[in-house]
Design a protein around this ligand. Sequence first.
Ligand code: RB5
Length: 145
Amino acid sequence: MIVIGCDHAAVSLKKAIMAHLAEQKWDLVDIGTDGAPCDYPDVAKSLCEKIQSGEAEKGILLCGTGIGMSMAANKMKGIRAAVCSDGFSARYTRLHNDANVLCMGERVIGAGLALELVDIFLETPFEGGRHKRRVDLITALENNQ
Ligand code: RB5
């Protein structure tokens, strides 16, 4: 399952991504907001909890810039959130970082590019190998705080 969430600054982008993913095989759950003003750390927390519990495999978080969502999400254990606005980053954050949350900003990129980044992010596997050791080191940093 894929979980998606946004704050009030990215409702249009979320709708575009939901329509796009509805045409594909993904089982998608929307955790809001539907437009009501809200605080992005609260949305990030709810979404990341779905990943931590194992209910969701990956998440997509959207706000004005994608940055606030990524900052909040990366405070959550086991979450590796990446803000992306280009295809190379979306691909390599899966291949090398095993990112489990994609963050994007509705005020930064257009919907066409965002849909491409979503596809890349969801379809690219983690490469493992030497990158697993490095991702494990990130986890160790988290566990030693
Ligand atoms: C909301 O105005 C805006 O601050 C938020 O969507 C986001 O861009 C924060 O990083």
